[in-house]
Design a protein. Structure first.
Length: 314
């Protein structure tokens, strides 16, 4: 699994600092998390791949998180025979997208499917299912922002357990294709007619990789639930501590809030994103210093940084 951080900005795209969005690539498919104004530019520059794009998940209906949708959809319509695309987001995402397509006479050449998430669902501490396919599950919980906003958690499907050569030999399974079938979770019949279940030679199912994406929120309990024990988290760190009053008023996190929450959540590594446009590169470096003092595995993301997320049992 690879995550490409397409930008780290908040509020508006700035020269050299596109808006925050993450492309997650796994199993040949791409899942895009947020799509602010101009996201198609770094998406193209980083060769993420439009054909593989399967889903776009929008955290909330603020321009810096969804205004890039028309651009991405139009760029994808340049391809021949593009496959359907699913858009997940808060209630209203379908109307917004369809209105823009109609009002601007965009020619979209592929089918759009929508999953709209409702404010009423609270989840009681467990991220709720928004979408799933053969590769991943996308879960969410509401966060606490000035409008309805979702924190996402993308989880790879569980993998079959580890194959035990010892047990296979003890069961007198002939080496070869039967091993592969059992490893893939299939029941096999031995030459003598005896049936072997995959559970007889496989260990317990293994966890896939988990990535969280949470931006635009005041501190809240659900953040911990979404971030809990993920392999990689992208979390807003919009304000330096001197602007904490503004962070509170606008329902955002300061770098100290983010680092503290990330540190307590059990996330293995946390990348801070959605930096206020007022901060120049010198102040952006301060983000790293402030975060490091609170939690060692939290730091600021860099434009177009790529992250290889490793399986925990490898
Ligand atoms: Zn924002
Ligand atoms: Zn916002």
């Amino acid at each position: 699994m690879e995550c490409v951080l397409l930008g780290t900005g908040g509020m508006m795209p700035m020269p050299g600092r596109p808006l925050t969005a993450v492309a997650v690539r796994t199993g040949g498919a791409v899942y895009l998390l947020d799509c602010g104004e101009g996201t198609q530019v770094p998406y193209k520059a980083q060769h993420v791949g439009m054909r593989a794009l399967r889903l776009v998940a929008i955290t909330h209906l603020h321009a810096d998180h969804c205004l890039g949708l028309p651009g991405v959809l139009m760029m994808r319509s340049q391809m021949e025979e593009a496959s359907p695309l699913t858009i997940v987001g808060p209630r209203g995402i379908e109307r917004f997208t369809r209105d823009v397509i109609r009002d601007l006479a965009c020619r979209i050449t592929f089918r759009l499917d929508f999953v709209e998430l409702e404010p009423g669902e609270r989840g009681a501490g467990k991220p709720l299912l928004a979408y799933q396919d053969e590769l991943i599950s996308l879960r969410y919980l509401p966060l606490r922002h000035s409008v309805f906003c979702l924190g996402y958690r993308l989880e790879e499907r569980m993998r079959p357990g580890k194959f035990s050569l010892e047990r296979a030999r003890a069961l007198e399974i002939p080496p070869g294709p039967l091993y592969g079938k059992l490893q893939a979770g299939e029941r096999v019949t031995l030459p003598g007619g005896r049936v072997v279940e995959p559970g007889e030679v496989l260990g317990p199912p293994r966890r896939g990789r988990h990535v969280a994406f949470c931006t635009d929120t005041a501190p809240c309990k659900n953040l911990y639930h979404v971030l809990r024990d993920v392999d990689l988290a992208f979390l807003e760190g919009m304000f330096l501590p001197e602007h904490s009053a503004e962070a509170q008023a606008k329902r955002h996190l300061t770098v100290v809030d983010s680092a503290r929450i990330a540190g307590r959540s059990g996330a293995r590594e946390t990348i801070l994103v959605h930096l206020s446009p007022r901060y120049d590169s010198r102040q952006a470096r301060q983000v790293d210093q402030v975060a490091r003092e609170v939690a060692p595995n939290v730091r600021r993301g860099r434009e177009c940084e790529r992250f290889e997320v490793k399986l925990q049992d490898r």
